[in-house]
Design a protein around this ligand. Structure first.
Ligand code: ADP
Ligand code: MG
Length: 622
């Protein structure tokens, strides 16, 4: 299992329902399912989570369930992350930090109201071994830029670029790490950062953060080694409708800024949701961490060696049910398999009873369809498997034949080279050598020529067999595409009347056979001349030829035109190298195509165009 696939198991999802702002209003539309603290109901839908807190849940309870086990992990030297997600005004900041006036020492409010962050700090400092140091950093992702909220000179701040550390953790380059000695030091740092954050009065919350706040508390051993890392994220509010609109809009530019913020917030939350979805797909999808700064910063928390907890905040009022459902859907993404189950209201179940028979019939039909589809699928898979088997066997055969042919070709080249050398020696052979010696040489030569012919005939045979295999494959019609990987240029038929396809290699072989016959003739004449004039050299006339052949193969009223080529020179016949560039064209009856020929022969580029019609065949020479 990859780390990403494993990561989703490391993500826990909690929900917290915020008590209604008007106590008179019954917040019945979103609630924890009675007796099942891992289920939340939003109108007719039910969602499964790790744990859900009702509107009466206290801060201490929330911390004990979500925060305490994670702080334990930090003191054990691991990483953890808590992320608050939800609509504006749903209680993200309240859950993470507590009400604005709550102070650690209880001076400004109830210590009972303290949120996860101060409680986590208190516990961390209590449990951390002596000599360990702790640092805090606080950053804000605002409009996809990263602000260092603890920098010494905030008025001249610059957005921080992100960098990846050797451990794969992504962090803002140059982020301030403030050493803290107590929970209250941390809270002071956070208070400073908070005073610098971009906030706006929104309809749903008079102090709504317009960016995502990320607090990182890192521990180091007494030897200064990096130890644990707790990341606390207060996301900006999801803006799903006009009702969360800004209320302090003082001019058109402010309205524009709020609009841009909302767009950026929604984009980054969408990116986050895509990342969680991809993680839940367990490797089936690429995880798009790079889509936003927020997801990059959370990458190692969500997919690395880290336990992460999402706390999704829900508002119970009727008018917020849509947002609550969206938030729960996000939470549900973590468990791709756990599809929301439909809970029917009483009135719905009455309706269902009356339509029960029709429903059952429809269901039966669907099941039958499913069965049929499954059978078709397995039949197809079987067919595919057997077709693959045949193809594999043919491929193996072709490979053997091709390699045999290549080795024959190599032998032929070697023999040719040797012959040339001997011919050279021949010239220097003294004329006075005994007629007997000449007679022996001539016999040897004849022997070699016969060997050569034999080789050529075997090559020709292999090619015929290759073509047979190729045609067999084409005719098998099993729908499996891909061919045998035979280079068609090398395949050829030798002037079979139906289809005189001439591949370069075939022509080459033909020419070689022809050549050896011509050579024999020349030799015969030369020896006659030698006899009459007393001279022993064979005239070396060099010539070169580039010949292209074209064919078009007819099938179903269409024709595929293609060209191939070879070059020849007496004594050094070989394939054009590099292979000639030819065009392949599909022609119909009335089509006239022009084929472009382009080849390099003896370092010179040879180009031409040739008009070509349906079913035509051309030979072309230089
Ligand atoms: P968010 O950060 O999600 O926009 P806040 O945390 O700022 O929302 O909550 C908005 C208001 O609601 C704040 O005044 C906060 O004190 C109050 N609030 C939120 N949740 C609760 C709760 N569970 N109990 C009491 N007050 C709450
Ligand atoms: Mg907030």
């Amino acid at each position: 299992m990859s780390t990403e696939a494993a990561a989703i198991e490391n993500i826990a999802v909690y929900a917290r329902i915020r008590s209604s702002s008007q106590p008179a209003e019954a917040s019945s539309d979103v609630s924890v399912v009675d007796g099942q603290p891992d289920k939340v109901r939003a109108k007719d839908l039910q969602f499964n989570l790790d744990h859900a807190f009702g509107s009466d849940a206290k801060q201490a309870e929330v911390f004990n369930v979500i925060g305490a086990p994670l702080v334990q992990r930090i003191t054990d030297g691991y990483n953890a992350c808590i992320i608050a997600y939800g609509q504006t005004g749903s209680g993200k900041t309240y859950t993470m930090l507590g009400p604005e006036n709550a102070k650690l020492d209880g001076s400004g409010g109830e210590t009972a109201d303290l949120g996860i962050v101060p409680r986590a700090c208190l516990q961390l400092f209590k449990m951390l071994p002596a000599g360990y140091t702790v640092t805090t950093s606080y950053m804000e992702v605002y409009n996809d830029n990263v602000n260092d909220l603890l920098t010494a000179d905030y008025t001249n701040k610059e957005y921080l670029p992100l960098r990846e550390t050797v451990t794969g953790h992504v962090e803002p380059d140059g982020i301030t790490r403030r050493q803290v000695k107590s929970a209250s030091d941390v809270m002071k740092a956070i208070a400073l950062g908070d005073s610098r954050r971009v906030v706006a009065a929104m309809a749903m919350n008079p102090r709504s953060s317009r960016g995502h706040g990320l607090i990182a508390i890192e521990t180091y051993t007494d030897k200064g080694m990096s130890h644990g890392r707790l990341c606390l994220v207060d996301l900006a509010g999801m803006e799903s409708s006009k009702k969360s609109g800004a209320v302090d809009v003082s001019g058109p530019s402010a309205a524009k800024a709020r609009q841009e913020e909302a767009k950026r917030i929604n984009m980054s939350l969408l990116a986050l949701s895509n990342v969680v979805n991809a993680l839940a797909s367990k490797g089936a999808m690429k995880v798009p961490f790079r889509d936003s700064k927020l997801t990059r910063l959370l990458q190692s928390s969500l997919a690395g060696n880290c336990k992460a907890a999402f706390v999704v905040m829900l508002r119970g009022e009727k008018q917020n049910v849509e947002e609550a459902t969206l938030t729960l859907r996000f939470a549900q993404a973590r468990r791709a398999k756990a599809v929301a189950a439909t809970v029917m209201r009483n009135e719905d179940s009455v309706k269902a009873r009356s339509t029960g028979a029709a429903f059952l019939a429809a269901q039966k039909k669907l099941e039958e369809e499913l069965q049929a589809q499954r059978a078709a699928l397995s039949a197809y898979q079987e067919k595919l498997a057997s077709a693959e088997g045949v193809k594999e066997a043919m491929k193996a055969k072709v490979d053997t034949l091709l390699s045999e042919m290549q080795s024959l070709q190599r032998d032929a080249d070697d023999a040719k080279r040797q012959r040339r050398q001997e011919a050279l020696q021949d010239e220097t052979v003294a004329m006075s050598q005994a007629a007997l010696e000449r007679r022996v040489k001539a016999l040897e030569q004849r022997n070699r020529e016969l060997e050569e012919e034999n080789r050529l005939l075997r090559q020709r045979d292999i090619m015929h067999r290759l073509i047979e295999l190729d045609q067999l494959e084409a005719a098998s019609g099993d729908g499996v595409k891909g061919g045998l990987g035979v280079n068609k240029e090398q395949l050829a038929t030798f002037n079979t009347p139906s289809m005189s396809v001439t591949g370069a290699f075939a022509v080459q072989l033909d020419r070689q056979i022809e050549e050896s016959e011509v050579r024999r003739e020349v030799r015969r004449k030369a020896s006659a001349q030698r006899l009459s004039s007393g001279q022993a050299t064979v005239p070396q006339r060099r010539w070169s030829l580039l010949r292209m052949t074209f064919l078009s193969k007819r099938a179903k009223g269409r024709s595929v035109a293609r060209g191939s080529g070879f070059a020849a020179a007496r004594g050094s016949l070989r394939r054009v190298n590099p292979a000639p560039k030819t065009t392949k064209k599909v022609l119909s009856r009335e089509d006239q195509a022009t084929i472009k020929i382009q080849a390099v022969w003896r370092g010179k580029m040879v180009r031409d165009e040739l008009a070509f019609g349906y079913g035509d065949e051309h030979a072309y020479g230089y």
